[in-house]
Design a protein around this ligand. Structure first.
Ligand code: FAD
Ligand code: 2HG
Ligand code: ZN
Length: 483
């Protein structure tokens, strides 16, 4: 146990949360104190694991009273170090993993009430078993939690059709920084009763409150699906292909993802069991994913006909259509394993940026040139949600280079991409958020009245600075002096 813990706090927490609810054991604390990318290695004072909203509220109240800061954590898959403590040893991790019940699911209301610790994939499966769809989907869905995806307003692969996590949120239960609870689990489609507080907590990264449960929107389950992996000549052709499908049947498009040849190559090299469904490695590729709940739809025929048109127009050079669910899953693996493959290749610097959709080809071309000139021998890997204008413009270290020396240039690398993004009217963080990584960028890009409004909201809801200090708002911007 850390000697700097306020006297009596551990006993009070243990009395309330029980033996499974509190740990000061380094074997529990250490793995949860490092982020998925290995960029932030913190030191936690305690691990709190409440099993109910009431216990969570009481734990927050006790910590706030004792002046111990709290870092909410779900699956710890944050790409920006938002869910890990700093190195002070004076922050407690509050993990929601024991709050993992689906409280209700109503196929007529088309809603699900899920606790914050429910894993995203479990939520998808629960919806499917009731003949419904919970559409949020991302590579980390086997670990990411409902509380985490709401708190980061996660996007992922289906945003073009269903929006981000915020768009899927009807109601929210939240523990505030003083331990009081907003009981907002309303299953209403229409509810104009004052400020839409749920939208404030979505994307707040645990700095305004702790999400304990949510009412999520469901959709009809698809009756027909069709997926293709297509080689395209360049980024402009990828966008033209996206436009072609959108114009042909926007309602059928579930996902449309872009991958550069470099990224696909890394997946094939590092991820066992992956294989290219095309005759030759593509310079650029798209994954086209269609789904509908219509009874009369023949999506495979529509996919084939539209790809044939694209082939004739020179937008596609080769394509494979999945003939089974296994083939569809194999095509998706080529996309979803991009992050893991890059991790196995060595150090990489990530740029999760967005620009107006029309500017994507310009963004990728200019960033590739700038990055190759900045770090000779490095490998730009562009991939992502092209239909949202959200491209992950990652830079993988030169082969054989020292990872630490390469990562030491992160700011310079992110700065080079951000300069282009700014010129194109884009955003420096499209879906991963701010976390501990991008607070300075937030101050630079959203300064003035926008940042002042954010500070005012933080000061109003968390005057002592108990919740996730050092995350989202840069240090010095938290209202209180908790840590
Ligand atoms: P954590 O990482 O545990 O936490 C994320 C943030 O939310 C932290 O600031 C944390 O303090 C806060 N938080 C967590 N739970 C709560 C809660 N209950 N109440 C209040 N605050 C809370 N993101 C995308 O948007 N799109 C993608 O396509 C995508 N793909 C990914 C692929 C991989 C392989 C990985 C590792 C990550 C990916 N991410 C993606 C990033 C990540 O944001 C998401 O995985 C997810 O939203 C995080 O959920 P989590 O439960 O792991 O949250
Ligand atoms: C994705 O779209 C995620 O796969 C992760 O947002 C992106 O690893 C990354 O940079
Ligand atoms: Zn993404």
């Amino acid at each position: 146990m850390d000697a700097s813990l306020p006297p009596g706090l551990l006993d009070a927490l243990a009395a309330r949360l029980g033996p499974r609810g509190v740990s000061a054991d380094p074997a529990d604390l250490v793995p949860l104190s490092t982020d998925w990318r290995g960029l932030f290695r913190g030191r936690a004072a305690l691990l709190l694991r409440p099993a109910s909203t009431e216990d969570c509220a009481e734990a927050v109240r006790l910590c706030a009273e004792a002046g111990l800061a709290i870092v909410p954590q779900g699956g710890n898959t944050s790409m920006v170090g938002g869910a890990v403590p700093d190195a002070s040893g004076r922050q407690a991790i509050l993990s929601l993993v024991r709050m993992n019940r689906i409280r209700a699911l109503d196929p007529l209301d088309m809603t699900m009430v899920a606790e914050a610790g429910v894993v995203l994939k479990t939520a998808q499966e629960a919806a499917a078993s009731a003949g419904c769809l919970f559409p949020l989907s991302l590579g980390a869905e086997g670990s990411a939690t409902i509380g985490g995806v709401i708190s980061t307003n996660a996007g992922g692969n289906t945003t073009i059709r269903y929006g981000t996590a915020r768009d899927l949120l009807l109601g929210l239960e939240v523990v505030l920084a003083d331990g009081s609870v907003i009981h907002g689990l309303r299953r209403l489609r229409k509810d104009n009763t004052g400020y839409a507080l749920r939208h404030l907590f979505a994307g707040a990264e645990g700095t305004l409150g702790i999400v304990t449960a949510a009412v999520l929107r469901l959709f009809p389950a698809p009756r027909s699906e069709a997926t293709a992996f297509a080689a395209v000549p360049d980024e402009a052709a990828a966008l033209a292909l996206f436009r072609r499908f959108r114009e042909a049947d926007e309602g059928a498009l579930r996902a449309f993802e872009y991958m550069s040849g470099e990224g696909v190559g890394l997946v094939l090299r590092h991820i066992p069991g992956t294989a290219l469904p095309l005759a030759a490695p593509p310079g650029h590729a798209c994954l086209v994913d269609l789904a509908t709940s219509r009874r009369d739809a023949d999506l495979p025929a529509f996919l084939e006909a539209t790809l044939a048109e694209a082939l004739a127009a020179g937008e596609v050079t080769d394509a494979a259509i999945a003939a089974s669910a296994a083939q569809r899953a194999a095509m998706w693996r080529l996309r979803e394993e991009h992050s893991e493959a890059q991790k196995r290749e060595g150090a990489s610097v990530k740029n999760d940026v967005s620009v107006p959709v029309s500017a994507v080809p310009d963004l990728i071309r200019r960033a590739r040139e700038a990055l190759s000139a900045l770090v000779p021998g490095s490998r730009p890997v562009a991939f992502g949600h092209i239909g949202d204008g959200n491209i992950h413009l990652n830079l993988v270290q030169p082969e054989g280079a020292d990872p630490a020396a390469f990562l030491a240039r992160s700011e310079e690398i992110m700065g080079a991409v951000n300069a282009i993004v700014r010129d194109l009217g884009g955003s420096f963080s499209a879906e991963h958020g701010i976390g501990r990584l991008k607070g300075a960028m937030l101050a630079e890009w959203r300064g003035g009245a926008e940042l002042a409004a954010m500070r005012a909201i933080k000061a109003a809801l968390d005057p002592k600075g108990v919740l996730n200090p050092g995350v989202l708002l840069p240090r010095g911007d938290s209202a209180g002096a908790c840590c």
